[in-house]
Structure formats: C-alpha cells, structure tokens
Design a protein around this ligand. Structure first.
Ligand SMILES: NC(=O)c1ccc[n+]([C@@H]2O[C@H](COP(=O)([O-])OP(=O)(O)OC[C@H]3O[C@@H](n4cnc5c(N)ncnc54)[C@H](O)[C@@H]3O)[C@@H](O)[C@H]2O)c1
Length: 442
C-alpha cells in the first residue's frame, strides 16, 4: 500500500519505518527541513532503540523517503497518517490543535482521488467530529474518510511497539475506512494482534483513559512510597508483593520521581481540564489527585537528597546520572530528571551531568550546566551521586559501585528511580537512599 506519514517526530518517524518494515511504500512529510533532510539521509534526529537501523535499511531500499512537500504525499499515497504534535495549550486548558488542523486543512484540498486519513496524534474527545467538518467543506473529491487510530507506543520501545502493539484501536464510521485500516495493518493483524473497531468518540476516550490509568498507577505507588516513609516500611517490597496479584500487576509500579515526557503530563492535564468542563466531578477530582501527587515528586526527591547529604546542598557537587525522561530515549521533554537537576542548581548545587543518550538535548536547553563524558567522570570528586534515569549502565552495572568508590568524596548514592539493587553498592561501601525506603548502609 502507498502511505504517507505527516509529522515525523517521536511518533511519526518510528511509525514511518514500521510501515516500511511491514511492506508498504512510505513517504514521510516533515515540515522541519533539517529533520527532514537528516531522516532522508538515514540519520536519526533522536535516539530510539533500533530506529536508526530500520531507517537506514528502508531509506536505502527506496521503500521509505521523506519530503517537506505535502503535495508530493497527496499525489503518492492513498492513506495518510497524521502524526503531528498536540502540545498542551499555554493556559493548560486542553491541546493546542494548530498542527493537526493545519495538516488536515493543507492536505485535504490537495487530494485528487478517494483517500483515507488516519489520525494518530493524541486528541481530545470531539476532535474527529470537528475535523470531519473541515474535510467535508474542503475536499475536492468525494470519499475522503477520517479514522482516529490512537497510538499507545512507549518511547524507548517505539519501533517494537509499532510493529507488535498490544492492540490496534480505530474509531471510524464507514466501510471504506474499515477496509483501509484492515489493509494497512494486515501484516500486524496476521500476527494475532487484536483490532478494536469502534466509533470515533470511543477511540478518543480510549487513549485519554489509557494514559489516565498509567499515570494513576505511577501516582498510586508514589503515594504509597510517602506512606512508607512515615512508617519506616519498604515501598519496593510493597510494590513487589501487591504486584504479584494478577489484578494489580508489576508493570508501572516502580516508585520514583513521577511520570514525564512529551505525552503523559500534557495528556492527563488536557483530560483533567476537559472532564472538569464536562462536569464529570468524580473523574476531575480523581485526576487532579493523580497530577498533584506527581507534582510533589521533585520536592520529595530534594528532601531525600538533603537527608542523604545531611543538610542543604548549596555549594555541593552532585554527580547527576541521567536527564532523559525515561530509559531508552534521548527525549528530555517534561523530564522529571531534568527538572530535578534544575531545582538542585537553583538551590546552589552544581550538578555534573552524564546521560548516555540525552546530553546533546540537555545541553541545548542548559548550556550553563557542567557535563561529563562518562559516569565515572561525573562521579569523580562529587559530594554525592544522584541516579535520575534508570539506564542499565548505571542501574544494573555491577562494576560501577566498586569502580567509582574511590573517585567520589562521599559514598552516597541517591537513587530517585528506585532502580538499583543495593547489594553491589553496599558491598563497595556506599550508602544507598531510595524513595519510600529507609537508608541502606554498608
Ligand atoms: N512520542 C510518543 O511516544 C507518543 C506516543 C503516543 C502518542 N503520541 C502523540 O503523537 C503526537 C506526536 O507526538 P510526538 O512526540 O511525535 O511529537 P513531535 O513534536 O516529536 O513530532 C511532531 C512532528 O510533526 C512535525 N510537523 C508539525 N506540523 C507539521 C505539518 N503540517 N507537516 C509536516 N510535519 C509537521 C514537527 O516538525 C515535528 O517533527 C502527539 O499528539 C502525541 O501526544 C506520541
């Protein structure tokens, strides 16, 4: 099938390579000329596991190309994915829909034959109805159909989740749209992935509800971490034990500095605002609590760092391991790790930052910070070490604690992701501090 992917960012670019991987001919449309050129040359503009390999493979084979020209995509493809951004509005009252509306308004008049537009960007319920009116007004040809197909991929696993999703959801109203969705995803559906066909408002609510549930789980275990701190209990053991119940599960149950990134914070904020507008009081109160627990995680981490250090941290050098919002990506959008580094700097500490993937993105935002080329270099002469993104090379390297024990001024590790197994650190003479647990000393 000939498809276009309009908007080649963290969602669209991996989606474009995934569509090429399953056999489609793909044209990616990206309005940022620098990003478009890089992608066309097989260079990933951000780190995402196995993305660059597939990008190189399919740009070389000719099955995938990129352009800034929407007209080229309109001529080429029969199905157009919309994967542009939907940032939070500046007033926090829902999404800024400018990119989506602009993409649809620009594409539709260029279409000269029946086509299916498949929206993957995250939008608020009611959007499809609004966009359908634009299509009905602006289309030059009949049978331009709109589908909403929310995306659930996890950054850091974007390619794998695009190829092997847990399910595919499509909100649609016509047979043409259904057939187009079934055809474009056929190679994935053939592997047994479920296709949930529904109406557009239900598809829209499914995405908001999924993100609301994921953040609820994160805020729930973080609230329990707070309880554990009051009573001297161990939140990791609590999470492990309650997660053994299949109705609860272990995924998303690690306590830490809260959710972040380009999606969850803005999606929950937009949904909270919308349910408030709708007058859904219980949903509004519930989601407000989820957000407020999340907002308290950075202050909780700072309290832990000061406790571990034994007082205020102004004037101290802090080895700061990780600024990416999560492991597996270079994305620092709304990163709780980066926010923590900023707060520490505001308090007069000097974070010396190392991240295996996100240094360039962090440096762009904070040229004034100090950076290291390795974790060992960051730790050298530090007053304490903060582990803020759970990269395996920090969290699971059994050599790191011993290799760095003599480099640091005080062997104090504050792991605000509860990611390390303390054993090797304790054995090398470190104190280990984690959220929702008492200090562990050698
Ligand atoms: N990032 C994720 O993991 C993820 C997961 C699920 C859903 N989503 C949703 O997907 C959407 C995109 O998110 P993202 O993280 O990829 O954002 P992003 O900002 O990384 O990417 C958006 C891209 O679209 C481009 N663009 C904007 N308008 C354009 C136009 N008219 N024509 C061509 N290109 C255009 C931008 O230059 C940018 O490269 C959002 O609605 C987001 O909520 C993202």
């Amino acid at each position: 099938m000939r498809v276009s992917v309009i908007g080649c960012g963290h969602l669209g670019a991996p989606h474009a390579v995934a569509m090429a991987e399953i056999g489609h001919e793909v044209i990616g449309v990206e309005s940022d000329p620098g990003r478009c050129e890089a992608l066309g040359n097989g260079i990933a503009p951000f780190f995402e596991e196995s993305f660059e390999d597939l990008l190189v493979r399919h740009t070389s084979s000719g099955r995938l190309r990129f352009t800034t020209d929407l007209g080229e995509a309109a001529d080429f493809a029969d199905l157009h994915f919309i994967t542009v951004g939907t940032p939070l509005r500046e007033d926090g009252h829902g999404y800024d829909m400018a990119q989506v509306i602009d993409a649809i308004r620009s594409l539709v008049p260029l279409l000269s034959r029946p086509a299916t537009i498949v929206g993957k960007s995250t939008v608020m319920v009611g959007t499809v109805e609004r966009l359908q009116k634009i299509i009905d007004d602006d289309a030059r040809v009949p049978s331009v159909e709109l589908v909403w197909n929310p995306e659930f991929l996890r950054e850091g696993h974007a390619v794998r989740d695009s190829l092997f999703p847990d399910r595919i959801v499509a909100g649609l109203t016509s047979r043409q749209a259904r057939e187009a969705v079934e055809e474009v995803y056929a190679p994935i559906l053939d592997h047994g992935v479920g296709l949930i066909l529904t109406d557009p408002p239900t598809a829209e609510v499914i995405k908001s509800a999924a993100n609301a549930f994921l953040t609820t789980k994160i805020s729930f275990i973080n609230a329990i971490a707070e309880v554990c701190e009051f009573v001297g209990a161990d939140v990791n053991t609590v999470a492990h034990a309650i997660g053994a119940d299949k109705r609860i599960g272990h995924d998303g149950m690690r306590p830490g500095i809260g959710y972040g990134g380009g999606c969850l914070p803005k999606d929950v904020a937009a949904f909270t605002h919308r349910v408030g507008e709708l007058g859904a009081r219980n949903a509004h109160g519930f989601l407000t609590a989820v957000e407020s627990i999340n907002a308290d995680r950075i202050p909780a981490a700072i309290r832990l760092i000061e406790k571990a250090h034994g007082g205020p941290i102004d004037g101290r050098t802090i080895a700061f391991l990780g600024t990416a919002f999560k492991v597996g990506t270079s994305d620092v959008r709304d990163s709780p790790a980066l926010r923590l580094a900023e707060r520490l700097a505001e308090r007069g500490a000097t974070p010396v930052i190392y991240d295996p993937a996100a240094i360039a993105a962090t440096r762009e935002l904070h040229p004034e910070f100090d950076y290291a080329d390795t974790a060992e270099q960051a730790i050298t002469d530090a007053d304490l070490v903060v582990l803020a993104t759970e990269w395996p090379e920090f969290a699971a390297d059994p050599e790191l604690p011993a290799d760095t024990a003599d480099l640091v001024r005080h062997r104090v590790l504050v792991d605000v992701r509860n990611a390390v197994k303390p054993g090797p650190w304790l054995a090398a003479g470190w104190e280990v501090w984690q959220l929702g647990r008492g200090p562990q000393r050698p």
